[in-house]
Design a protein around this ligand. Sequence first.
Ligand code: ZN
Length: 218
Amino acid sequence: MFEGPLQDLIDELSRLPGVGPKSAQRIAFHLLQVEPEDVNRLIGALGAVRDGVTFCRICCNISRSDVCRICADSGRDRGTICVIEEPKDIQVIERTGEFNGRYHVLGGALDPLANVGPKDLTISTLLQRIGGVLPDRELADSTKDTPLYDDAPEITEVILATDPNTEGEATASYLGRLLKDFPDLTISRLASGMPLGGDLEFVDELTLSRALSGRLKL
Ligand code: ZN
């Protein structure tokens, strides 16, 4: 245990995800030694992250402005939406270079045990995007010039890319049922494949059963 501000800093740092007490101590001592301007830059970044970040009104991704970089990109296919749980999932899919549509960030997954229901996710926003209708008046943006949602592009495909765990699967099947009401919409779920370079006998049962039920025709 240290005294005063140093211990306070260590305590605060150890609250961060992925930072244990030892790392917190190491970061705190590092900050004691660096140049004041480096510390000030960090303080500035910490302050700005709360005030300078907003959510895209189309896809609910974290954004600097009203519409995020991806939704504003006219080179992307506006008809395809990839539904993911968290903003960080976008980076993962972007890295594959295989997807050129737009995203929808749910803000989590359905989890009855943690009291996360459909209302806690951005499901109604998703439905409004697909339906192309404006939301209830109380949800609508007060400024007339900015429609709350997209200027109604024709959505033709929704890819459900929630996590391949119990909550993610439950969320995907819930959304799948809801989206069946849109007859012209293609709905797909990310294929759950076998790990490449793996051996069949080491694949867990859940992965194997998903791979079997989602098998591809050759
Ligand atoms: Zn967006």
